[in-house]
Write a protein that binds this ligand. Structure first.
Ligand code: C5P
Length: 257
């Protein structure tokens, strides 16, 4: 079944199919502890401006017209509570699964739980809670245009050094060729599934910090589109102040494209 064949009531509870193409599912790894943020609840469940980071994330994903399904990988033991908390946030069909011990395993758990009909799959870190809906649409559109894998990127402002375990510099890559990589990252579903299957094999055991790296390993080409400053990853305590500012700017981070 294709998304277009589904009845409007089952997948398009909000605008009609002409406004919501509905060919995109988003996997949201949200199971990290966020230890760099200091003591407290798992990062995705910390509150900013009266709502959890995960709530802010889901609200922005659901505001992107192409998104027809969201699967959250929640911190171990919280799936039922997270599902109850998110139920009033959106009428986009939402599933919650238990995350794994690594980000890669959390993404895989969400991917294997994803229902059938979505040909485009985005993976989006809950920690990038203020990624605006137009960024989601930009990534999805590039996959729709025929790219197997798409990542949002920003230019690098610092000079980046490669260093060895003893603290000595081993290389200085030319800054103009470097990009800082964000999420959501978008994939043709079959390519993402193939990449995660390969990563599960004994040969593919090297962990990866993003899904594009897994796709690169199976030889697929990854295309870059412009990222967004609002899609910053909330990592350190100082980032929470920026998150409060972004939460106070719904026109910038929540506007529908
Ligand atoms: O640790 P890092 O900042 O790279 O985490 C990126 C995203 O992956 C976060 O949204 C975090 O919740 C998620 N994650 C996960 N399962 C883990 C570790 C991290 O879903 N075991």
């Amino acid at each position: 079944m294709t998304p277009q064949q589904l009845s409007p009531g089952s997948v398009y509870p909000r605008p009609g199919p002409e406004l919501r193409p509905g060919d995109v599912a988003v996997l949201v790894p949200a199971a990290g502890l966020g230890t760099r943020l200091g003591p407290g609840a798992p990062k995705a469940l910390r509150e900013v401006a009266g709502a959890t980071l995960l709530t802010h994330t889901v609200r922005r994903l659901a505001a992107a017209p192409s998104v027809a399904c969201i699967v959250v990988a929640a911190p171990t033991g919280t799936a039922a509570d997270v599902a109850a908390d998110l139920a009033p946030v959106t009428d986009v069909p939402l599933h919650v699964v238990d995350g794994g011990p690594t980000r890669q395993e959390s993404v895989a758990a969400a991917l294997w739980a994803l229902p059938d009909p979505y040909p485009i799959v985005l993976v989006h870190d809950a920690a990038r809670a203020f990624a605006p809906p137009d960024l989601v649409e930009r990534v999805a559109a590039a996959v729709r245009d025929g790219h197997d894998a798409v990542i949002p990127v920003l230019p690098v402002v610092d000079t980046i050094k490669q260093v060895d375990g003893d603290g000595y510099v081993t290389a200085t890559p030319e800054r103009a060729t470097l990009r800082a990589v964000q999420t959501p990252q978008g994939f043709r579903r079959s390519v993402l599934e193939q990449a995660h299957r390969a990563a599960r094999s004994p040969d593919g055991a090297l962990p990866a910090t993003d899904d594009a790296a897994l796709v690169e390993r199976i030889g697929a080409r990854v295309f870059c589109v412009p990222g967004s400053a609002a899609a910053m990853k909330i990592t350190n305590p100082a980032d929470l102040a920026t998150a409060e500012l972004l939460a106070a700017e719904p026109a910038r981070t929540l506007a529908q494209p």
